[in-house]
Design a binder for this molecule. Sequence first.
Ligand SMILES: Cc1cc2nc3c(=O)[nH]c(=O)nc-3n(C[C@H](O)[C@H](O)[C@H](O)COP(=O)(O)OP(=O)(O)OC[C@H]3O[C@@H](n4cnc5c(N)ncnc54)[C@H](O)[C@@H]3O)c2cc1C
Length: 393
Amino acid sequence: MIDFRISEADQHILDQVAAEGRAGEKYARHFEEHEHEPLPEAFPEAAEFEPLPRLLARRSKEDTPPATFQMLLSFARQSTNGVPLRNALRGGGGLGNAALRAAGTKEQIEKWGGLILAMSITEPGAGSDTKAIQSTARLDGEEWVLNGDKIFVTTGIRAQGVVVWATVDKSAGRAGIKSFLVMKGTQGFEIVRQEKKLGIRTSDTAAYAFRDCRVPRENLLGLDESVPREKGSASYRGVMKTFNMTRPGVASGGVAKALGAVGFARDALAEDGIKVDWQAGFHQRSATQQALIEMEADAEAASLTVLHAAWLADMGRPNNVESSVCKAKGGEVCRTVPQRAMELLGAMSVSHDHLVEKYLRDGRISDIYEGTGQIQRLIIARSILGYSSEELS
Ligand SMILES: Cc1cc2nc3c(=O)[nH]c(=O)nc-3n(C[C@H](O)[C@H](O)[C@H](O)COP(=O)(O)OP(=O)(O)OC[C@H]3O[C@@H](n4cnc5c(N)ncnc54)[C@H](O)[C@@H]3O)c2cc1C
């Protein structure tokens, strides 16, 4: 039976993480306005908080299962607007690391797992439709030669290496697409630019170019060089598995922005004497009170879809559809709930004196990367109706 009760010890960790997030809010506006300025290794306030790895080390098997707890941590942390007080990006924590864990051999995981790895799929002509990838990899002796242009690579500046998708055989469609580990500094691998963005401005996003970039033959993740001709490719499915694990994480970020916006609106309205009376019936509530209740219910419902997908992963059960459900729902509430909070708050919501507008800008991305809301709905529809991607796209 699903049980999302939180132990006292876990609640303590979540409270700490939320408090640390709030302490980082004093630096938020500065880093909004100085987008490409690197964050310091640690802000002075960091000393007031026990580092998260130390808190997590005290958890026991009786506490909330790990994937589910990660989502609760994300809600606690990301529902604040604080910049990380300690440099949050650690080895093993990039999207490329998730790809390595899903598709790499044991030896490859041991060799590169401790690095910060970005993941580079998107190209100027290939976003949602990943099989349209034009970047190529050609085997030349004991080396792969990569050529192509990549855009929107999260942590593309700070990463030490990147997992790059390229095709070894364009005529094979999806089956020809493989992933390669390319280390920074490899000749022929160039960072073209760093993007300026609407939101998530402390996250660096890069564009890359690969020009006759040579990597060792053993940098092909999974080492499977075959290109199956029959329908469906195990290798492609292997790399796509990455997203079943990461979609709930991305969704949790969007849900957190919705939860944060509700909290902000609730506090701001309470200061003006507007409080929700839960006992009062529908007809006794003002439109504002009713709006707050609806926003809260929507954010809460979305949070449950995220926890469900993560809990299935904890139980070792398939969560493909549930990952897409929570990503679609999280991608919806990250737009609608902060937007509604801004409506309720009026002019103050667009002022730079407050951070409520940041929820809308930072949340927006949750409905774009790792599969847009429309793509999630396609995946869900295919699953319910029993269609293949060729039949419903
Ligand atoms: C800040 C940021 C960080 C990113 N980080 C990464 C990263 O680390 N690595 C990486 O590889 N990529 C990354 N991306 C790219 C992201 O994954 C793509 O932007 C996303 O997949 C959508 O692709 P697209 O932008 O080309 O849009 P398109 O695929 O061109 O889609 C445009 C619109 O059409 C809709 N659409 C497309 N196909 C269909 C369909 N079949 N049915 C219905 N609607 C459809 C889409 O939902 C969207 O609304 C990042 C993007 C951003 C903005």
